[in-house]
Design a protein around this ligand. Structure first.
Ligand SMILES: Nc1ncnc2c1ncn2[C@@H]1O[C@H](COP(=O)(O)OP(=O)(O)O)[C@@H](O)[C@H]1O
Ligand SMILES: [Mg+2]
Length: 279
């Protein structure tokens, strides 16, 4: 709506994992490097944690985008499974739809696990490695599902694991896994994303604007600090706030986002966007 008004080629602050907007701060490139290492070296399991909105899904998607489709077969579970059978079914279905058993008895957990094992062996024979990502894994409430994850890590040849499992979730995931020692011991790589520092929040905003086609300043210098404290340096919230500011500035026909527009955006779009209470 406001793109041409602000001389932008596209919206700069969409909450979608579009890899071209990736900010190459050290914590993101390190996380990507460590996860890539875990996958390429067949290290078994990895874990990526961080608070809501800090960029976990973005990094997990960037990892998948970087893996060649000819060399890797992967399943991305966007929400946590409710049971062991659902977990195996989701993986089998994503890896190879046609392999999904159809008879009722075969939909049982054991049969699904067997299908999955066969798939992994077949992938391995074809020279493909398998990657399974479970996003929002902190929301798994049934410990038995973590136990199923551990079972998957038992699928190995003499030289390597037949799949890499990557668990992604909010910080409480680390606590849950810590209580499951056998699983915890198999996690070869752990990454944790922090909120952005004030200087990074500013760079983040400038970077996204630049990718969207705007190099000239759009926010007044003193507004970055306000955005940082209102967002806590969480990229998802920074996006919400900046988008609201651009919309308000456009409606008020301003040529730069100043403190006044920042405050007005808070009133128009709801203080919750600015304090993050509901986010
Ligand atoms: N490193 C980054 N570079 C650019 N944008 C990012 C980055 N990390 C997060 N974002 C933005 O924040 C949004 C929310 O991040 P997301 O990965 O969904 O958070 P989480 O999965 O941790 O809740 C993303 O859709 C993206 O627009
Ligand atoms: Mg996410």
């Amino acid at each position: 709506m406001y793109e041409s008004y602000w001389k932008l080629k596209e919206k700069p602050f969409k909450n979608t994992p579009d890899p071209k907007f990736l900010c190459p701060f050290t914590q993101y490139s390190d996380a990507l490097m460590k996860l890539t290492y875990a996958v390429r070296e067949n290290m078994g399991a990895a874990m990526l944690t961080g608070v809501y909105g800090c960029g976990k899904t973005f990094i997990a998607r960037a990892l998948l985008d970087s893996l060649s489709r000819g060399r890797y077969s992967f399943a991305y579970l966007t929400s946590p499974p409710a049971s062991g059978a659902e977990f195996f079914r989701a993986i089998v279905r994503t890896l190879k739809y046609s392999e999904l058993p159809t008879r009722k008895t075969e939909l049982l957990e054991d049969a699904l696990l067997e299908s999955l094992q066969m798939l992994l062996i077949e992938n391995n024979r074809e020279g493909k490695d398998t990657v399974v990502i479970v996003d929002e894994a902190h929301a798994i409430t049934d410990e038995r599902i973590f136990e199923k994850m551990r079972l998957l890590l038992n699928f190995q040849t003499k030289e390597k694991f037949l799949l890499t499992l990557i668990m992604v979730g909010q910080p409480e995931l680390a606590g849950k896994v810590k209580n499951l020692r056998q699983l915890e011991q198999r996690i070869a790589v752990k990454c944790h994303l922090e909120a952005l520092k004030e200087k990074e929040t500013r760079e983040y905003i400038t970077h996204r604007l630049k990718i969207a086609g705007r190099e000239e300043p759009l926010f007044q210098d003193n507004v970055f600090k306000l955005i940082h404290s209102a967002s806590g340096g969480i990229p998802r919230r920074v996006n919400h706030i900046c988008d609201a500011c651009l919309m308000t500035g456009f409606a008020r026909k301003k040529d730069i986002i100043d403190k006044e527009i920042f405050r007005e955006s808070g009133k128009i779009f709801g203080e919750t966007i600015f304090t993050g209470e509901k986010l």
